[in-house]
Design a protein around this ligand. Structure first.
Ligand SMILES: Nc1ncnc2c1ncn2[C@@H]1O[C@H](COP(=O)(O)OP(=O)(O)OP(=O)(O)O)[C@@H](O)[C@H]1O
Length: 374
């Protein structure tokens, strides 16, 4: 019989905290469980009071889940902290006049559980690629997912999701999202003439983004992923004032120059009172035809940056020809099919993000005052 997420969850009842002699489930230490294509991903809450070492717990979880049989190809375990962000996430609580406090008070999308922005300091690092694949990856875990192409200056979503032959439709003031690859999506790229340069001054950019976000008939969603324009311009500020975010993901390649800009993006989100859910290292490494892994840009650079900034690291996406081809042909689902490193890493990043969201929800921090850097 096929293994389910519930089966994986049940196995965790066999994993005991070595000091408290109680299992992880009854201790409420399981932050997230996901099961997809033979890969089990488990996020465990970790705090100073946890007994044993992380390696002990990881081994015990792997053993328990593998007892389910050969269908289990991989068990991925990560630990997420319960500590509230302090220095690393930025510092003191912001006042009630922070952009996020305003957005919480007048939430225009009450049927969306988690709004997550994806940003990058630098252009071309793969922000849209990661946004699209995060959306599809989350949808593959059974979640209801929307993707808003907030890159109003250079929308990539029409190409990356293969929207060329679909016409937008609406009713009254509202426009219906496109439904492709298991997600709902909206992009300015389908609402203006192709090839027309999108030149927006500040207030126009604000208006265009607001309309896209609030006049799309999203319905109920578990996640709305927002692909932001690169850099630290007008749109992130509009976003922070308009929508209450669960948090932001920062995409970075391993090189030093990309890290410098990504640091700015992390600080920008923190100043806007937005939690940084994590950093994704894109174009992390390359796998050659010989099967060897080549660290072209210096694998681990973005991971170290995340550690220095004390924000979570969500994983690495390799440079991959199939990924680029699937982006160009608008078929992101194909990235998740197959038993290779690309599918594994993309699944891992999506599941780790879901875990971070769950931890933040459980910690009660989403209702607490936001934080900012001064
Ligand atoms: N890991 C990867 N492997 C192979 N190709 C990649 C990878 N990540 C991104 N690409 C390719 O690099 C190009 C740029 O990616 P993308 O459009 O996602 O970047 P971006 O950061 O959103 O750019 P911008 O916001 O500046 O337009 C695309 O052609 C995409 O297919």
């Amino acid at each position: 019989m096929a293994i389910s997420k519930q089966d994986v969850q049940n196995q965790l009842r066999k994993v005991q905290d070595p000091e408290l002699h109680r299992d992880l489930v009854s201790l409420n230490r399981v932050a997230n469980v996901a099961w997809c294509d033979g890969v089990a991903s488990v996020s465990v809450l970790w705090s100073a009071s946890a007994g044993g070492t992380q390696q002990q717990i990881r081994d015990a979880i792997e053993q328990a889940v593998r007892e389910l049989g050969d269908e289990v190809k991989q068990v991925s375990v990560d630990f997420v902290g319960q500590e509230k962000p302090a220095q690393g996430q930025g510092g003191q609580p912001a006042g009630d006049d922070s952009p996020q406090a305003q957005a919480r008070a007048s939430n225009p999308l009450p049927n969306v559980k988690h709004i997550i922005a994806v940003g990058a300091g630098k252009g071309g690092v793969g922000k849209s690629t990661v946004s699209v694949n995060l959306a599809v990856g989350l949808a593959r875990t059974g979640a209801k997912v929307g993707l808003l192409d907030g890159d109003i200056y250079g929308p990539s979503v029409p190409t990356m999701l293969g929207l060329d032959d679909i016409k937008p439709q609406g009713s009254g003031n509202m426009i219906f999202p496109f439904q492709v690859h298991g997600i709902k999506t909206m992009t300015i790229g389908k609402l203006v003439e192709a090839d027309k340069p999108l030149i927006w001054r500040g207030p126009m950019a604000h208006g265009a983004f607001r309309q896209l976000a609030t006049q799309t008939e999203w319905g109920e969603l578990d996640y709305l992923i927002i692909d932001l324009p690169p850099g630290t311009g007008d749109v992130p500020l509009t976003l922070a004032q308009l929508l209450p975010l669960t948090g932001a993901v920062v995409v970075c390649t391993p090189q030093k120059v990309a890290q410098d800009d990504a640091r700015r993006a992390v600080k920008m989100f923190q100043q806007l009172g937005i939690h940084v859910l994590g950093v994704v290292e894109n174009m992390s490494y390359f796998i050659g035809d010989d099967g060897k892994e080549y660290d072209i840009f210096g694998r681990g650079g973005a991971k170290r940056m995340a550690e220095q900034l004390a924000v979570p690291f969500l994983g690495m996406v390799p440079i991959n020809m199939r990924l680029r081809e699937n982006c160009d042909t608008g078929d992101p689902t194909a990235n998740f099919v197959g038993d290779d490193k690309l599918a594994e890493e993309l699944t891992h990043v999506s599941q780790k993000l879901a875990g971070q969201v769950q931890v933040l929800s459980m910690s009660g921090e989403l209702d607490a005052p936001s934080i900012s850097v001064h």
